[in-house]
Design a protein around this ligand. Structure first.
Ligand SMILES: Cc1cc2nc3c(=O)[nH]c(=O)nc-3n(C[C@H](O)[C@H](O)[C@H](O)COP(=O)(O)OP(=O)(O)OC[C@H]3O[C@@H](n4cnc5c(N)ncnc54)[C@H](O)[C@@H]3O)c2cc1C
Length: 499
């Protein structure tokens, strides 16, 4: 019988899914939909609270949970940052069943063609994502349609896909978000596969064939004879035990999945040093500005409160986003940002120091390529140009816009905390730059077509697979979750067919 948590851990499983976050839950749910059985999801955190933070909290309180993680009992950073301040601050896991699918904002953008059509992404994976999946529409089309259908049952955003707004010389469209506002609520939630886990009384129950064990931390993948044998776990009672399984899928978030892979590949003797490169996050910068609405000047020309974007082009490898918020009777707040691609770099690494005790401690080193530094400059020019054009277009004199050195924590993305934005003087843009690792888009360290085959299996360790943004060979500019969900569904079909 299915249960959400608490049953005795069985010593054997058909498929073990390590991590019950966005990618792991999507995978387990899709596996069950394909009729696969004997699937066990192991989640290090608790499973008693499954509400999205924007359902649980007011907008301001939810922002504090994210940007002041000392307010979040589930925040957990299982790595040491060797390139501080990057991968410090708000960079970490939200260790609970649901993972960061209970925090995300539901932005669903496909990876851009210029990122996918490169030697990095395997061509069969790209064809499944963008052309056709199992004889039907592409994975991107199918997943987007499912998520928009889920959202439209209680619409959250007012934007029509065909809507266009010309501002600051740029053409903005409504940003697609898989979010909804249940009837009678002033709060909202974003999609998580947990929404497909409902019994007749609307209680979350795993689908048939799936067992979930919460507060169960995977310490290591067990290997033997050059193949995957199962996992070693610390269960809810603190006992260490083995679960044998011929198929193990790492869905523990990029850094944890990479840490587990390093341990396993070191045990097989396939890794020369206990480290894997290619770790990347998005490079994100922006500004927040309060604009006066007195006399209807700014308000008359700005779109309704909501999220809008201009797609990324290959020259800037960044997309422009603008969120419009009401800010009291006399002002609107604009939150403008560019999200761009940090390129794969062998010197951006997850590294472990082998010890007898498990788990090994992961350390993170980040490095920017020349192209990444150029992108930072291009993004800043784009933000300045946009602000100037926007301000003149609204009949305002643009105040100058300056940026601090990339990686300066004094002006990082915590500037968007409500208490800070509200005290900003009107018309003066406050710039900020995210530290790497704090966008929660980290990925790239277990690339498909590299460490992994195009079927998501470790090339050097049969039976071990991975899902989540960790498997992206290159990040592109788009937020990762639409692609992560699509790839979890792809992997589920491959595993179900193999079973
Ligand atoms: C505030 C916020 C807003 C975001 N908005 C967006 C957005 O709009 N669009 C978008 O595309 N992305 C967004 N993201 C990013 C997105 O949420 C992540 O990219 C995504 O959740 C990563 O999926 P994952 O499954 O790899 O990791 P997670 O969702 O973090 O899941 C990993 C799970 O593994 C568990 N785990 C870790 N280690 C172990 C272990 N050793 N044993 C057992 N379990 C373990 C963790 O507890 C966790 O539950 C946002 C993130 C945040 C925080």
């Amino acid at each position: 019988m299915s249960s959400i948590t608490g049953t005795e851990v069985q010593p054997h499983a058909g498929i073990v899914v390590v991590g019950g976050g966005l990618a792991g839950l999507e995978l387990a749910t899709a596996l069950a939909e394909h009729g696969a059985e004997d699937i066990v999801v192991l989640e290090a955190g608790p499973g008693d609270d499954l509400a999205h933070i924007h359902m649980e909290h007011t907008q301001d309180d939810a922002t504090h949970v994210v940007f002041a993680p000392e307010n979040d009992p589930h925040f957990h950073r299982p790595w040491i940052p060797d390139s501080a301040p990057h991968y410090t601050g708000i960079s970490g896991l939200r260790r609970r069943l649901g993972g960061r699918s209970l925090y995300w904002h539901g932005v669903i953008l496909p990876l851009e063609d210029w990122a996918l059509r490169t030697p990095w992404w395997p061509s069969d994976v790209v064809a499944d994502l963008t052309e056709s999946w199992r004889g039907g529409p592409s994975l991107y089309k199918q997943v987007t349609a499912d998520l928009m259908d889920w959202s439209s049952r209680a619409p959250w955003s007012t934007g029509e896909a065909s809507e266009r707004h010309v501002l600051g010389g740029r053409v903005f469209r409504p940003l697609p978000r898989a979010c909804r506002r249940p009837a009678g609520e002033d709060r909202w939630e974003a999609y998580t596969a947990l929404h497909r886990w409902r019994d007749d009384d609307d209680r979350p129950v795993p689908p048939p064939g799936v067992r979930v064990h919460c507060r169960t931390e995977v310490l290591a993948v067990e290997v033997g004879g050059g193949t995957t044998r199962g996992v070693l776990v610390r269960d809810a009672g603190g006992a260490t035990r083995t679960i044998t399984a011929g198929t193990v899928v790492l869905c523990a978030g990029t850094v944890e999945s990479t840490r587990l892979a390093i341990q396993a590949l070191t045990a097989t003797g396939r890794l020369r040093a206990p480290r894997l490169g290619g770790l990347a996050d998005h490079i994100v910068q922006g500004f927040v500005v309060r604009l006066p609405t007195a006399g209807g000047t700014a308000a008359a020309r700005l779109p309704q409160p909501g999220s809008y974007y201009v797609p990324a082009d290959p020259a800037t490898r960044s997309y422009l986003r603008m969120d419009v918020h009401d800010d009291g009777p006399d002002a609107v707040l604009l939150d403008v940002r560019v999200t761009g691609e940090q390129l794969p770099n062998p010197d951006s690494t997850v590294e472990c120091r082998p010890t007898a005790a498990l788990p090994w401690q992961a350390r993170i080193r980040t490095a920017l390529l020349t192209e990444d530094r150029e992108l930072i400059g291009v993004q800043r020019d784009a933000l300045r140009d946009f602000w100037r054009a926007l301000a003149y277009g609204l009949g305002l004199r643009p105040a100058p816009m300056d940026f601090r050195e990339f990686g300066d924590p004094v002006r990082d993305n915590t500037l968007v905390l409500p208490g800070r934005t509200r005290s900003q003087p009107l018309g003066v843009p406050e710039t900020w730059t995210s530290l790497l690792g704090t966008e929660d888009h980290e990925g790239g360290s277990l690339p498909l077509g590299g460490v992994l085959t195009p079927r998501h299996e470790f090339a050097d360790l049969p039976g071990l697979y991975a899902a989540g943004p960790a498997v992206f060979p290159r990040l592109g500019a788009a937020n990762p979750s639409l692609t992560a969900i699509a790839l979890s569904r792809r992997l589920a079909a491959l595993l179900a067919r193999a079973a």
